[in-house]
Design a protein around this ligand. Structure first.
Ligand SMILES: Nc1nc2c(ncn2[C@@H]2O[C@H](COP(=O)(O)OP(=O)(O)OP(=O)(O)O)[C@@H](O)[C@H]2O)c(=O)[nH]1
Ligand SMILES: [Mg+2]
Length: 488
């Protein structure tokens, strides 16, 4: 019975604001709204109650508590009639004043008059179950809400329009074609069996390529969904925390002239040229007997392992300004070497920090000698970016900004397609499907009975169906939507 009750929830965030929107969806949503809303003004004088309101119209009126007739708030109520609503069911949206008590009272009278509180993501789940959107579009809705950068938003919007769904369904349909032909072969044992198996194999190779393109795009999509990890590392006092604060735009980290100020790793989320970034400040690396500092340093190495871009800072104050080998090389090269070795082939930037303390020529000379020391240490190929920066004057900040954009642009191959996989679930399903298509190709090319390829193709289609929701278990659907927010 409760399943028949319309469900309701605030669609706007908690807290105080001009307006709050409360949504309600279900077969009896309009009947419930009618019990608690009195129409005062509508676009058409024939509209006397919510039940009279056509879809896509609004009325101004009062929300009241039936029984006591107590007025709760003045509000604007919009009606959407099935199937022309977000969920595909009848829906009502109430725009009331944006206060905590108002919101609670409106929800209370709705629930006392035939509605129930919505589960997280229930509106979108019903939209999916009623076939208004597929699972990739439902997930795109959540990605749009949680997008923290222009690029993540852009890619999610493309997915919401159905680009991923269309590509997956197109591949699935083609697989089905081959599956059907091979089944015929099994049933009727045609004479030109070898030719058909050959053709099937060739066509499967095409679809394998399309799946690979999607799979490869995840490298870039992951940077959007999980954010690009940019780690600031260096010896104590090299200016890491000051640069983090500068990039974040506020004083997140404590900065002092005392070497060893930052003990723990510290993270800030920001967006650089539309790319979402996790900036991680770390403890300065040095030999130490201090147990707490040692733990911090070990976390700094862990952060370095995760870095998509590692900014290695060398303070201009640690470099001798006169000719000869910079002091930094003698005293700090081992720390650098250790980090450079653990970041593998990930991207490294060498930055001379505090450039405002020296003149341009001195700074360039320092950079040159540090870079040549790194090259002669055999680690030259690790350096992808280099330059001179100052957290004080902002000199060289563009080097970091450009590096982030460069890494984003050069990650993953997207071909001509705008389509990017951003979701790990989709990526895993594509991998599984690809693996089965690959096995089907192998079994078609040897003497394995055709039935085996048929069942592999069928399984690959099921894997793809889990992405769009065409073949998905109720449990998985529940798990996916439980991560959504209430009211969406
Ligand atoms: N002149 C100048 N001083 C700077 C600059 N950046 C940082 N400093 C100073 O250098 C000192 C150390 O800066 P931090 O940002 O705390 O350095 P850190 O690398 O985080 O140091 P630890 O946390 O100890 O590893 C502070 O006194 C800063 O004010 C800069 O761009 N120019
Ligand atoms: Mg610091």
């Amino acid at each position: 019975m409760t399943n028949d009750l319309p469900f309701c929830a605030p669609a706007t965030p908690p807290g105080v604001g001009g307006i709050s929107v409360i949504r309600m969806s279900g077969r009896y949503a309009i009947a419930v709204a009618d019990r608690i809303f009195c129409v005062l003004r509508a676009s058409d004088s024939a509209v006397k109650s919510v039940a009279d309101m056509p879809g896509y119209t609004m009325s101004f009126g009062r929300i009241f508590e039936p029984g006591s007739n107590r007025i709760i708030d003045e509000a604007v109520l919009s009606v959407f009639r099935a199937p022309h609503s977000y969920t595909g069911e009848d829906m009502v949206e109430i725009s009331c004043h944006g206060g905590t008590a108002v919101r609670q009272e409106v929800l209370r009278v709705l629930c006392e008059n035939g509605a129930r509180p919505a589960d997280p993501g229930e509106f979108t789940k019903v939209a999916f179950l009623s076939g208004k959107i597929d699972l990739t579009q439902a997930e795109a809705v959540m990605d749009i809400i949680s997008a923290e950068s222009a690029e993540a938003l852009r890619v999610s919007e493309i997915q919401l329009l159905g680009a991923l769904k269309n590509e997956i369904r197109a591949i699935s349909e083609k697989l089905y074609d081959i599956f059907a032909q091979l089944e015929m072969l099994v049933e009727f044992e045609e004479e030109d069996e070898a030719i058909t198996r050959n053709q099937a194999e060739l066509r499967l190779r095409d679809y394998l390529d399309r799946l690979s393109t999607l799979e490869d795009s995840y490298a870039k999509g992951r940077l959007l969904s999980e954010k690009m990890t940019v780690v600031l590392a260096g010896v104590p006092n090299s200016g890491k925390s000051s640069l983090l604060n500068r990039l974040a735009g506020y004083d997140r980290a404590i900065v002092t002239p005392i070497a060893g100020t930052t003990r723990d790793t510290l993270e800030v989320s920001t967006s650089i040229r539309g790319v979402p970034v996790r900036l991680i400040d770390t403890a300065g690396l040095r030999e130490t007997a201090d147990e707490i500092e040692r733990l911090g340093i070990s976390r700094a190495y862990d952060a370095a392992k995760e870095a998509d871009l590692l900014l290695w800072l060398v303070s201009s104050a640690d470099c001798a300004t006169d000719d000869g080998e910079p002091e930094w090389i003698q005293s700090h090269f081992s720390q650098f070497e250790e980090v450079a070795n653990i970041i593998g082939d990930r991207r490294l930037a060498i930055l001379i920090s505090k450039s405002d303390l020296v003149n341009e020529q001195q700074a360039e000379r320092m950079l040159d000698s540090i870079v040549s020391a790194i090259q002669s240490g055999g680690l030259g190929e690790k350096i992808r970016f280099s330059g001179v920066v100052s957290a004080y004057t902002q000199e060289g900040i563009h080097i970091i900004v450009d590096a982030v954009k460069d890494i984003y642009d050069s990650t993953g191959m997207t071909g001509q397609s705008e389509l990017l996989l951003m979701n790990n679930r989709h990526f895993e399903q594509i991998r599984k499907a690809k693996d089965k298509v690959n096995q089907a190709i192998i079994s078609l090319s040897d003497q394995t009975p055709t039935e085996v390829s048929c069942s592999l193709i069928r399984l690959a289609m099921d894997d793809l169906g889990e992405i769009t929701g065409d073949s998905v278990s109720d449990t998985l659907v529940d798990t996916i939507f439980s991560r959504f927010c209430i009211g969406k």
